[in-house]
Design a protein around this ligand. Structure first.
Ligand code: AMP
Length: 160
């Protein structure tokens, strides 16, 4: 079973959170430990296409997920970011919020985090896609902090 993240079919093993209208998934190429993505269930490229209910659900989900990843990955803060459209650096045409645990001194300059986000487009030794197993292990770990992923209101069941 998979869910859509733009053109990508994401295995349920990568999904750790499901609300009425959003998913939380682990990242193929995280720039920090606990860097995860929050996406609307509807596969649309731009933030402006979301309904008020989707915007609300997406940001409430990012808040809930942010609390957990900040604590569990020993963060002291969070970078919460959205690249909304290719000209802003978006590479996957499906609305997504990056939730990134931060610590004092993790980058030499605080805003280097945005340059680093840009680097995920490049495949090199430092930025290799993670294995399915590694991503599944992180999703398994995170899943324990959220309500069970079950069929709800006709949404895809993540328990199968
Ligand atoms: P952006 O450049 O803002 O569009 O961010 C795209 C994000 O999606 C990056 O953090 C990528 O590492 C991540 N990404 C790309 N493909 C996948 C995938 N198949 N599964 C999980 N994350 C992905």
């Amino acid at each position: 079973m998979t869910i859509a993240f733009g053109p990508h079919a994401i295995r349920h093993s990568q999904v750790f959170f499901s609300s009425a209208l959003s998913y939380g998934l682990v990242n193929l190429k995280p720039i920090a430990r606990g860097h995860v993505l929050v996406i609307p269930k509807r596969n649309v490229p731009r933030f402006t296409a979301l309904t008020p209910a989707e915007v609300s659900d997406l940001f409430l989900s990012a808040q809930t997920i942010g609390r957990v990843v900040e604590t569990q990955f020993q963060g002291q803060a969070l970078t919460v970011a959205m690249q909304d459209g290719p000209a802003a650096g978006q590479t996957v045409p499906h609305v997504h919020i990056h939730v990134i645990p931060r610590r004092f001194g993790d980058w030499a300059n605080n805003d280097d985090v945005y340059a680093e986000l840009d680097q995920t487009k490049v495949d090199n030794e430092e930025r290799k896609p993670r294995s399915e197993e590694e991503m599944a292990a992180e999703a398994d770990f995170l899943r324990a902090f959220f309500p069970p992923l079950a069929a709800k209101d006709g949404q895809v069941s993540l328990t199968t």
